[in-house]
Design a protein around this ligand. Structure first.
Ligand SMILES: Nc1nc2c(c(=O)[nH]1)N[C@H]1C(S)=C(S)[C@@H](COP(=O)(O)OP(=O)(O)OC[C@H]3O[C@@H](n4cnc5c(=O)[nH]c(N)nc54)[C@H](O)[C@@H]3O)O[C@H]1N2
Ligand SMILES: Nc1nc2c(c(=O)[nH]1)N[C@H]1C(S)=C(S)[C@@H](COP(=O)(O)OP(=O)(O)OC[C@H]3O[C@@H](n4cnc5c(=O)[nH]c(N)nc54)[C@H](O)[C@@H]3O)O[C@H]1N2
Ligand SMILES: [Mo]
Length: 677
């Protein structure tokens, strides 16, 4: 039997970007394991990836192109050939662009695969077509925006610094589920004597590993950080020498903002008691090297960027940056290491076309005009499940005159609405180059097995679509490996020739980020800019959330689960059966106030929608907050709609991000048929 081990990389949207060893037997993956030689993975994979072979060879994999023969959304299709699929799509697009112009076509993609070539391979095609451009801002652009407001282009410290910290704050991150290697490193630091503090909105799996947990009101972290700074300044727990040499705007912060941020006032806004705000401030200031690992949870709010900016002031006030293990880590950016413009090809755009926010797909499909969106091409994303305001998205997808193509591995909620479905390869079936956003590692990999069924990779599909459109540019006739070669063949301080050779050979490598001890703060002023006059808000201050203004009594957290990744992995039965679908966690007092009992069906609702849940009364959530985990496929849920029927298309204060966690609802008994808010 032909059996061998191949090296590969986990393609999912996770900061860890693990290296994997893939066991292949007779062209099938039979097992995977964490690569012991990978600097972050060190042999450990998460529960989702431990049996990746069950995703790759799932009975649910799409294996042939499909043409819709039933009603939109009914999921009734018949198999067709690739030739028929491509010629149907191309002739439809030629007609539509002739009638409405290229902008009537909207690509929709996000992070099914994080590989640099496959993820971005639609860009050159849609640029050449003159299609509308998608603003890919669903995840956490407010985090980058908030960081930039105070730290400019300063590169992130190595996340491994956590090992040298004596106080680790896991702030708005569910590391036990979403970045298990950060969790492992935090636990290692704890074994060496560090304390772990978790700041979240409920008792997450991560909270179990903490010495202390502080529960905040959703979106209240800016208030918590301001309250801490008030205490630190009042009690002279700051590093004046560091501030004088490195910080811009400390005086203005003390004069204009902090006096009003007493622990008593901030407690009302953040839900942490004044005593605990004071205690946390003192503990933070007295730590030798406090390390904040900031997650994305707290950024998906109307005030998300401001929150990140405010929390980022803390290490500046105590000079934590001077000491090994001290500082704040938001995520790495390795943009300089690979010339992505060679894949994205903005130069193929004849003129800039309109930008459509992926957070506002519902509005784009239902209200956009001049031209309306007449065709949607979805690849490696599942907007019917993951995009905010699901009712608006589905209303759009149901439009009879919308020509929808979905390139997918599975019959997702979105694929059910397609006119044509194209089968996609999994990461084991195509080559790519991966880089991490939670560390500085990168790795190239080849296909380990042949494509399952007639599936094709993203790059291959765009290559044959270009041919179908009659374009003769040699660019589209290259292979994915040719593009990877071009990304590697580039002079940069991030990697020397020896490192590039190892990368080309498929080894996991650590890149050399341009950390410059002579110029630690890469901002306009060369200082940490607490005062930033380029911004409309020149100083950090308290900003309200949307939910606070919506006038409904409960805050809903659509949180992550350890057993899925956004809407991915529900195809694995074992993982799915480890969770209960659509559970709504609520405090006993909130349940009693509403006369709701544990285990009963309830409806959560707001002006956008109503969603059926099973109620779980628990002390894991504080009163005023309700939590549900996972983004379930519709076929597994009790009602018609998932949690995103409750989330909104409104955007964050910076970065135009999603406000998926900034949601107000009320919860009622399900037997309340005429109830309307
Ligand atoms: N298992 C698993 N892993 C994943 C994912 C997944 O769905 N499942 N998703 C992947 C993706 S795309 C991403 S972006 C990352 C995200 O990974 P993380 O950065 O961990 O972000 P989230 O899980 O969205 O939210 C983190 C925590 O923030 C909390 N939170 C929400 N609002 C607030 C707030 O206002 N204040 C505070 N202090 N906490 C708050 C949530 O309850 C949650 O526990 O994980 C990736 N990895
Ligand atoms: N309620 C709620 N909504 C959320 C979130 C949440 O926590 N709660 N998280 C938000 C966040 S942080 C993010 S980043 C987004 C993520 O949103 P998406 O990026 O849409 O993530 P997934 O749900 O993982 O869907 C990815 C799809 O890509 C497919 N796929 C995988 N590989 C390939 C490939 O190579 N080619 C093709 N064509 N398809 C492929 C998979 O089968 C899967 O269906 O969701 C957001 N939505
Ligand atoms: Mo994300």
């Amino acid at each position: 039997m032909a059996r061998f081990t191949a090296r590969s990389v986990c393609p999912y949207d996770c900061p860890d970007t693990c290296g994997m060893l893939v066991e292949v037997e007779n062209d099938r993956c039979v097992a995977v394991a964490g690569d012991p030689a990978h600097p972050m993975t060190r042999g450990l994979l998460c529960p989702k990836m431990n049996h990746y072979e069950k995703t790759v060879h799932s009975d649910r994999r799409l294996t042939t192109p499909l043409l819709r023969v039933g009603a939109k959304g009914a999921g009734i299709f018949r198999p067709i050939s690739w030739e028929e699929a491509i010629s149907t799509i191309c002739s439809r697009w030629k007609e539509l662009t002739a009638a409405y112009g290229g902008e009537c076509i909207l690509p929709y993609s996000y992070a099914g695969t994080m590989g640099l070539v496959q993820r971005n391979s639609g860009h050159p095609f849609f640029h050449k077509l003159g299609a509308s451009r998608l603003e890919r801002t669903i995840c956490s652009p407010a985090k980058d925006a908030g960081w930039k407001m105070i730290m400019g282009e300063t590169p992130a410290i190595d996340p491994g610094e956590i090992a040298h910290s004596d106080l680790v704050i896991l702030w708005g991150i569910n590391a036990a589920a979403t970045s298990i290697h950060a969790m492992r490193d935090a636990k290692d630091a704890r074994r060496r004597g560090a304390r772990i503090v978790v700041i979240d909105t409920y008792q997450t799996p991560t909270a179990k590993a903490a010495d202390e947990v502080f529960l905040v009101k959703p979106g209240g972290d800016g208030a918590l950080a301001l309250g801490m700074m008030h205490v630190m300044v009042r009690e002279s727990l700051i590093d004046e020498g560091f501030i004088a040499a490195n910080v811009q705007g400390f005086e203005q912060l003390c004069r204009d903002i902090l006096p009003d941020c007493t622990p008593e006032k901030m407690a009302v806004a953040c839900g942490v008691s004044p005593e605990n705000i004071e205690r946390l401030a003192r503990e933070y200031a007295h730590a030798k090297a406090p390390f904040i690992r900031l997650g994305s949870g707290l950024t998906r709010y109307a005030n998300g960027a401001m929150t990140v900016r405010t929390i980022s002031c803390l290490p500046a006030l105590v000079g934590a940056w001077q000491r090994r293990g001290g500082g704040i880590f938001c995520g790495t950016s390795t943009g300089g290491a690979f010339p992505l413009s060679r894949v994205v090809r903005e130069d193929f755009l004849e003129h800039p076309t309109r930008l459509v926010s992926m957070n506002q797909l519902g509005s784009a499909l239902t209200t956009l005009d001049e031209p309306p969106v007449m065709s949607l091409y979805v690849y490696h994303s599942n907007p019917a499940a993951i995009a905010p305001d699901q009712n608006a998205v589905i209303q759009g997808l149901e439009r009879e005159d919308l020509f929808t193509v979905v390139h997918e591995r599975f019959m997702t909620d979105t694929a059910r609405y397609a006119d044509i479905v194209l089968p996609a390869t999994s990461s084991l079936e195509h080559p790519d180059l991966y880089r991490s956003y939670g560390g500085y590692h990168a790795q190239r990999c080849s296909a380990a097995i042949p494509p399952v069924g007639a599936s094709k990779s993203n790059w291959e599909v765009f290559s044959i679509l270009a041919e179908g459109m009659g374009w003769d540019q040699p660019f589209f006739r290259q292979s994915a490996d040719d593009l990877i070669d071009q990304l590697l063949d580039y002079d940069t301080s991030w990697r020397d020739a020896a490192l590039t050779r190892r990368l080309s050979d498929g080894e996991p490598v650590l890149l050399n980020p341009p950390l410059d001890p002579q110029r630690p703060w890469q901002t306009r002023s060369g200082r940490i800019e607490i005062l930033n006059e380029q911004e409309a808000e020149s100083l950090p201050r308290l900003l309200a959330t949307h939910a606070e203004q919506d006038g409904l009594p409960l805050r809903l957290q659509p949180a992550t689960t350890p057993y899925a990744l956004n809407s991915s992995f529900y195809e694995q039965d074992d993982l799915r059966l480890r969770q209960e679908p659509m559970v709504l966690m609520m405090s006993r007092s909130d349940a009693e106030q509403r006369g709701l009992a544990d285990g009963e069906q309830v409806i959560a609702c707001n002006e956008r929608g109503q969603v059926t849940f099973t109620l779980k009364i628990t002390d894991r959530v504080p009163s005023g907050t309700v939590v549900t985990e996972g983004v379930w496929w519709r076929e597994f849920i009790p009602g018609e709609r998932g949690v995103n029927a409750l989330t909104s298309q409104r955007l964050t204060d910076g970065g135009r991000g999603s406000t998926l966690y900034d949601v107000a609802v009320d919860v009622r008994k399900s037997d309340c048929p005429n109830w309307r808010i």
